[in-house]
Design a protein around this ligand. Structure first.
Ligand SMILES: Nc1ncnc2c1ncn2[C@@H]1O[C@H](COP(=O)(O)OP(=O)(O)OP(=O)(O)O)[C@@H](O)[C@H]1O
Ligand SMILES: N[C@@H](CCO)C(=O)O
Length: 316
């Protein structure tokens, strides 16, 4: 359960009193998620989402996320805006953490998406990219290829405790992927983490794109690759669903465009995505304190995906 920071009812009521959102009725820690502490907050006027930002979100980046969400919402993308209080302050401090009150969106995250649902998500990603095409703000990717070596070094000694041979396995792919990483593909602001648990859906419609806290300026097709790695496999990374993977890419191309060069790069971009999530999951696996109320995500689910992308071209 991702509640690292506990907020007392008294401090939450005082926090809410800065907003025109009514009075606190109830608040519940949200079990999903591993990065931040999240609460679903009900007031006398409605339902809101409260996020306290933890380790991987730098408070200096919050104005970027706020501007991005405002821009996407203005363009009609289904994203939750960060709400301003009565003094127009959006980024607050609560329980010694940066914190924001956020719009609550309807929908549920899928565990077993169908091709039609994956198609809808691909299309929503293309709309998102179009909405930020000329955005006047940017953020570097702090979990891109230039960072993987340091991330690897920070957990290399313990990787074999997760699975014998994992250190050598990761090292081999890391060197090869970084050497092949494309440098000339179109870049834009990307979500960089559009997993099924970061998309809310009702039937085949996308009702929410959430969790933009890894959004950054990077290779646009990398976003498509991240989506493919997370939507086209089951949670364990053992079972690949070609129809779902193909539908996600087709949905993207129905509303956006992938050049031949972007398409040709998808296999190496997907391998890079696998490495990124394998490494952050491994880091968390090793460093999450035993008493943290969080379910650690399995790094091996991404080692298996990495194997699959290295065995054959899943975009052919
Ligand atoms: N604005 C929102 N409206 C409704 N539900 C939301 C909203 N934001 C998040 N949720 C719900 O809360 C869950 C956790 O949120 P989120 O994914 O942002 O957490 P996180 O800790 O940043 O996690 P992770 O990076 O692991 O995905 C989501 O899976 C979703 O069910
Ligand atoms: N979506 C990521 C968590 C954010 O880094 C994962 O499933 O590993």
């Amino acid at each position: 359960m991702a509640v690292y920071t506990h907020v007392s009812a008294e401090s939450l009521a005082a926090f809410l009193s800065r907003y025109d959102v009514g009075a606190l009725v109830s608040a519940k820690g949200i079990a999903e998620g591993v990065e931040n502490s999240n609460y679903m907050v009900d007031t006398t006027q409605g339902r809101y989402f409260l996020t306290l930002y933890e380790k991987r979100v730098a408070s200096a980046d919050l104005p970027f996320f706020q501007a991005l969400l405002d821009r996407l919402a203005a363009a009609g993308c289904p994203v939750p805006r960060m709400l301003p209080d009565r003094t127009a302050t959006t980024i607050q401090t609560l329980a010694d953490r940066p914190a924001c009150l956020i719009e609550f969106l309807p929908g549920v995250s899928l565990s077993h998406p169908t091709p039609a649902q994956a198609h809808a998500v691909g299309a929503a990603m293309a709309d998102m990219h179009a909405a930020v095409a000329d955005a006047p703000f940017a953020r570097p990717n702090t979990l891109g290829p230039a960072d993987w070596q340091a991330l690897f070094a920070s957990c290399a000694d313990q990787l074999d405790t997760i699975e014998p041979g994992l250190r050598t396995r990761v090292d081999r792919s890391l060197t090869d992927i970084v050497a092949r990483w494309p440098s000339d593909l179109p870049r834009s602001i990307i979500h960089a983490d559009l997993f099924p648990d970061n998309v809310l859906m009702l039937d085949d419609s996308v009702t929410g794109l959430i969790d933009f806290y890894f959004a950054c300026t990077d290779i646009r097709a990398y976003d498509v690759a991240v989506m493919h790695t997370s939507w086209a496999f089951d949670a364990t990374g053992r079972r690949y669903d070609d129809a779902v993977g193909a539908a996600a890419v087709a949905g993207y191309c129905a509303r956006g465009r992938l050049s031949d060069a972007e398409r040709g790069a998808l296999p190496v971009l997907a391998r890079g995505a696998c490495l990124r999530f394998l490494l952050t999951r491994a880091y968390d696996w090793i460093h999450t304190p035993a008493d943290a109320l969080v379910t650690r995500k399995d790094p091996l689910a991404y080692r298996r995906r990495l194997d699959a992308y290295e065995e054959r071209n899943l975009f052919a």
